[in-house]
Design a protein around this ligand. Sequence first.
Ligand code: NAD
Length: 484
Amino acid sequence: MERAEGIRNFVDGAFVEPTGGQYLDNIEPATGKPYSEVPDSDGRDVELAVTAAEKAFPEWSRTPAADRSRILLRIADLIERDLEKLARAESIDTGKPLSLARNLDIPRAASNFRFFATAILHTENEAHVTEGVAFNYTLRQPRGLVGLISPWNLPLYLLSWKIAPAIACGNTAIAKPSELTPMTAYLLCAISREAGLPDGVLNIVHGTGPKVGQPITAHLKVNTISFTGGTVTGKKVAETCAPMFKKVSLELGGKNPNIVFADADLDAAITGSVRSSFANQGQVCLCGSRVFVERSAYESFVDRFLEKTSQLKVGDPLEATTDQGAIVSKTQLEKVKFYVGLAQQEGGKIALGGSVPPAPNERCKEGYFFPPTVIKDLPVSCRVNREEIFGPVVSITPFDSEEEVIGYANDCDYGLASSVWTQNLNRAHRVAEQIHTGTVWVNCWLVRDLRVPFGGMKQSGVGREGGNEALHFFTEPKNICIAK
Ligand code: NAD
């Protein structure tokens, strides 16, 4: 078959073959067929990237913030110029609907660059006066070489959420996108070169976790690691980094509760819940996969939720009418099927979906499709209600009191995000305060102000991204104390 543009590593401002000359197939999830190749790089390629990043660091770290800002703003402009090309690439690579890539992923990548390009122009230095004795002021300096590792679900969106603050602060970066979805990271390299980013400031090494991710996290010269991915991988990253005292940010999995009280605006709650359940085929770490509904509203909510969900069209991601595209990989599809089977063994009843649908068209006949699936009557603390599925599968459970549902929400190893639907303001504050998640949305979902702290508690991670949190993460505070 005809193959798309071959992906190469980006090191020291140049596109290069992997040292070992090996490539992996890059599969299009909607067709189940390889459509390009991705370098199967290894530690030698990481070494080249580290050398380039090390060489670029002194000058880039001394480049005035205003100049760094101008380059990042140009990157944002060029992402917007290439919106259609990038959105199409993202859709083909991930299986997500083209409309979603066009309206969410790519615009957000541009916003990430623009946000941090301007944020570095508005920072303040802290000063502390030790009365009669000394003045202290705090310098925040770039940390040096940073490693940035990202997952497949929102490829350019999440990688740029790391690259932008890292290089805006004056660091140089070695980035690794997921081997399943490398295309937009590759396209970003040409954009960053066109924008005038100096060679070696951003290096992208493609390949698998063990062969590329691990050498990045283990490299002595890379002192900062920002990782987004699964909890099991996050543990490995933490184990590697801890003995070297690296600064580490881990954004990991979730099993997010979505709580609907009977006093909610049910129209808004249903629309919001369908979106939070199935956006990007349920493959957003923030999706609300455990829906809890107050008993007096339960029957009516479920009927209307099922009706609205059944209107979602599973289809070819490139078609304009598609709401639900393909699952990212065969492995992920098998995982989703496994959990749907397990749900039935655990006593759940499938109220909607639950089995592989007919192929949407001839082109997609071997694609990885699964319909939005709703499971009722599961015990609250069963495996399906505790483990991350990361697919278009939600459970719905009734509850009787505020106290009970807070217990349900918190009875989980994860603590990334939650949604609460109620028109009672006091209840909204009361419940939000008691839920153990890094973000609580009230009467909304996925409203993302880039200034707010973003991240999870418990097994959902360590550290926060966004706004000042990211600027602080990618800099080293140094106190200068001057005697009076
Ligand atoms: P993953 O953990 O399998 O992979 C993530 C990245 O880590 C990939 O680039 C992978 O190649 C790399 N990797 C794998 N092994 C490694 C190792 N030993 N050392 C270093 N890097 C390694 O995750 P995934 O399947 O790509 O993504 C899905 C997961 O990501 C889900 O659990 C989801 O909840 C999570 N996620 C979290 C957030 C968040 O902000 N908290 C956002 C998106 C996705």
